[in-house]
Design a protein around this ligand. Structure first.
Ligand SMILES: *[C@@H]1O[C@H](CO)[C@@H](O)[C@H](O)[C@H]1NC(C)=O
Ligand SMILES: *[C@@H]1O[C@H](CO)[C@@H](O)[C@H](O)[C@H]1NC(C)=O
Ligand SMILES: *[C@@H]1O[C@H](CO)[C@@H](O)[C@H](O)[C@H]1NC(C)=O
Ligand SMILES: *[C@@H]1O[C@H](CO)[C@@H](O)[C@H](O)[C@H]1NC(C)=O
Ligand SMILES: *[C@@H]1O[C@H](CO)[C@@H](O)[C@H](O)[C@H]1NC(C)=O
Ligand SMILES: *[C@@H]1O[C@H](CO)[C@@H](O)[C@H](O)[C@H]1NC(C)=O
Ligand SMILES: *[C@@H]1O[C@H](CO)[C@@H](O)[C@H](O)[C@H]1NC(C)=O
Length: 681
């Protein structure tokens, strides 16, 4: 009797299960009101990528993957809207999500801005780059509606950020309601390591909690706990996703897996009391890990679990274990590969560099500059040759050194001297570069031929002019954050084994941040290369770089230094004035380097001289951009007209700096002020 009753109840339970609960399970995943999902790896089937985001090997990258600094933003959105609020019962869902992400960087000094997990009433939330985290469209600020958890790696004072490593809750604004620093858990967001995040919102408690750990073990205590009622913000349907952004940095943002569920809520069956249904369903439908092969799988598992119980569960567990081990192995080889492919600058040990330069022996010195000394370094075990820059022990040197490190580490261009690594040890800073077989342009152009060597052949000279135009176009216009070199001169242009120009010495360069003008330090610039407005106002711009470039290509064409003494009275001759005078007299080709013995293409020579003059125009507004120069050199644009007479500029007051402060010639010879014919007429 008793057992018959039991059997009856069991059968009834199964029947009930089939008739009522199972349809709920299926409808919950096939309709737009999906209650939970779990992506072991991400697929395009259920996700939409917006902006610069991309999918590779089951991992979503949110921002552009470039070795050069860029501003980029991207979003990934789950395709289907998710119900969070049931107007009939006036109930708001609780939710819980877990995902693994990493924020990496090939260049340790180039970071920002971060990523977010968001819920938004619309699926078009492609936002602006930079501090907007790809979440907010900066042109329609008030229209942005979202609830987001930000993982922010840049201190943006504009949004009251506390530091460059924080997690915060943002609602309809990027000014966080509350933030926490994961350093308290020993976690650094930009470590590049995989971080697992859990975000739980409990509607009953009106509390949101965020947990972080490097491992997939959920900590007991939340990192961020906010008492807040989200029911005002959780609409009937919301879209979920991630966004990320960079601003002139090379930071990378990856999402590796993601699961999500809503709790305490069953909007598709408003007839039943939501609480009762959900309490039944939650234990019956745990987030069973499924491979991305889809939902049929999912439904079958759910069904099986309801009927066959533990046996089936064990089988699933074994299968899952096997799949994960396989996956883990695949992942591992992939990661190793990744590590080998990324060949950015690395850190060297002091001992390594000391050995490679024979203890910084004087016989290894290949150059001297404002920053210190350059040594040739030979690494016996790899057979590699590098150039090592060692700073002087002055504070100033160090600042310049660090400026150089942070700037050049982010740049990639075939006409740049590539940074190989650095070393900060024993109170010293050392930078390691590619070794440039042919030294600097000024040596090749002047010293070698003075010592009886052959003058640099014309095709090389023209090629150097093209290479320099290409790299300056990149620095001025193609990097998202404009770089002004500020110290372009022949001694800073290196030549590789094939005499290609390689721009080096970024000691003075500054990233141009929006409208901030760079702090001017004129001391290390060299007189003949400085634009008149730079001398006058001390402000470097891309146009002052163009001026210096103009002087360099006049040197290439004429084989003369920018300022040379001439005649018995040692009069200083300014190269730009000298060429312009010949041009005014209609005999510009007479400016060509005599040592070439006429072995050059006259058309090219003429073109180079005219570009030199237009770049060195005293009127900065009349100078071409580097892109234009590059096009002219490549026969893609017509040459600019050059005024027959050198335009004259008048500045209302005298020079703000004494010329003695400004001159610092490579040879260290200072010239008295009175003898200078400054480019300003
Ligand atoms: C993914 O998309 C497929 C096909 O559109 C769908 O059947 C399945 O339910 C989705 N899976 C998840 C986890 O949303
Ligand atoms: C819905 O519930 C909230 C509290 O959660 C209450 O303030 C509000 O008045 C309710 N609205 C209706 C229409 O019942
Ligand atoms: C956004 O949703 C609408 C319908 O709700 C759909 O037509 C559109 O394709 C979606 N857009 C994206 C980018 O997912
Ligand atoms: C921001 O919104 C404006 C107007 O709706 C739109 O034209 C622009 O493309 C949006 N910007 C981004 C980054 O989506
Ligand atoms: C993070 O995970 C590790 C296990 O890998 C655990 O020992 C540690 O306690 C966790 N961190 C926190 C803050 O719970
Ligand atoms: C998410 O991915 C990471 C690395 O791929 C892995 O360590 C972690 O266990 C995964 N989490 C889940 C729940 O699949
Ligand atoms: C739901 O559960 C509550 C108690 O939790 C109970 O009073 C109510 O009758 C139940 N409703 C249904 C439809 O089962």
């Amino acid at each position: 009797m008793h057992s018959r009753k039991l059997l009856f109840y069991s059968l009834f339970f199964l029947y009930f299960n089939f008739k009522y609960i199972q349809p709920l399970l299926s409808s919950s995943s096939s309709s737009e009101a999906s209650l939970n999902f779990d992506f072991q790896s991400l697929t395009l089937r259920n996700l939409t990528l917006l902006g610069d985001s991309y999918l590779r090997n089951g991992v979503v990258g949110l921002t552009k993957e470039l070795g050069v600094p860029s501003s980029s933003s991207g979003t990934v959105i789950y395709n289907y809207p998710i119900a969070f609020f049931d107007p009939e019962s006036n109930i708001t869902a609780s939710f819980s999500t877990r995902f693994a992400f990493s924020i990496g960087n090939v260049n340790p000094t180039s970071f920002g801005d971060g990523l977010t997990f968001f819920l938004s009433p619309d699926n078009q939330t492609l936002g602006s780059p930079g501090g907007y985290l790809g979440l907010v469209n900066s042109s329609v600020l008030t229209k942005n509606k979202f609830i987001a958890i930000e993982f922010d790696t840049r201190l943006d004072p504009h949004f009251d950020d506390p530091d460059d490593n924080h997690v915060g809750l943002d609602i309809d604004s990027l000014v966080s309601m509350k933030t926490a620093n994961p350093a308290s858990l020993g976690v650094s967001l930009k470590s590049g390591s995989l971080i697992t995040a859990w975000i739980d919102y409990k509607n009953e408690k009106k509390r949101l909690e965020v947990f972080l750990n490097y491992s997939s073990v959920k900590p007991e205590e939340p990192l961020l706990k906010v008492d807040i009622d989200l029911s005002d913000y959780l609409k009937e349907f919301m879209y979920l996703g991630f966004s990320g952004s960079t601003e002139g940095s090379t930071e990378l943002h990856f999402i590796e897996n993601w699961s999500f569920k809503t709790l305490g809520f069953m909007p598709v069956r408003p007839r039943t009391h939501p609480h009762n249904v959900s309490e039944n369903i939650v234990p019956l439908n745990p987030p069973i890990p499924v491979s991305d092969s889809g939902n049929k799988h999912h439904r079958r598992l759910g069904l099986g679990f309801g009927i066959a119980g533990p046996a089936f569960f064990c089988a699933v567990l074994v299968a899952f274990g096997w799949i994960s081990v396989k996956k883990w192995k695949e992942n591992k080889t992939e990661k190793n590969l990744k590590a080998e492919l990324v060949t950015g600058p690395r850190q060297f040990s002091y001992q390594e560099l000391k050995t490679a330069t024979r203890g910084f022996h004087s016989s290894r010195v290949i150059g001297n500059g404002s920053f210190g000394t350059v040594y040739k370094a030979f690494f016996a075990n790899s057979g590699a040759l590098f150039a090592v820059k060692r700073s002087k022990h002055t504070h100033e040197g160090k600042t310049e050194f660090l400026a150089e490190l942070s700037i050049i580490a982010c740049l990639r261009h075939k006409n740049l001297v590539q940074l190989q690594g650095w070393c900060v040890e024993k109170g010293e800073l050392l930078l390691v570069y590619e070794f440039m077989a042919n030294g600097s342009l000024d040596k090749v152009l002047y010293q070698e031929s003075e010592n009886g060597g052959n003058p640099l052949k014309w095709p090389y000279r023209y090629n150097i002019a093209v290479g320099m135009a290409s790299v300056l176009t990149y620095l001025h216009q193609e990097c998202e954050q404009q770089v002004i070199h500020r110290d372009i001169k022949t001694s800073n242009i290196m030549l590789d084994g094939s005499y290609n120009a390689r721009l080096g010495d970024f000691g003075l360069a500054r990233l141009m941040d929006h409208d901030k003008s760079p702090l001017s330090t004129l001391t290390a610039g060299t007189m003949g290369y400085l634009a008149p407005e730079y001398l006058q106002y001390g402000k470097a711009t891309d146009k002052t770089d163009v001026f210096s470039y103009g002087v360099v290509i006049l040197e290439l064409a004429c084989g003369r230094r920018p300022i040379e003494r001439e005649g018995g009275d040692n009069k200083m001759i300014n190269l730009v004035d000298w060429v312009w005078k010949l041009y005014s007299e209609g005999r510009i080709t007479e400016a060509a380097d005599k040592r070439l013995d006429g072995e050059f293409q006259e058309e090219e020579m003429r073109k180079l001289l005219l570009i030199g003059l237009s770049c060195a125009n005293p009127d900065s507004a009349a100078r071409p951009t580097m892109r234009r120069v590059f096009q002219i050199l490549n026969y893609e644009a017509d040459p600019m007209p050059v005024p027959q007479v050198k335009p004259s500029l008048t500045f209302c007051n005298s020079l703000p700096l004494s010329i003695d402060d400004i001159i610092s010639d490579d040879e260290g010879c200072k010239t008295p002020e009175s003898q200078f014919e400054i480019v300003v007429d």
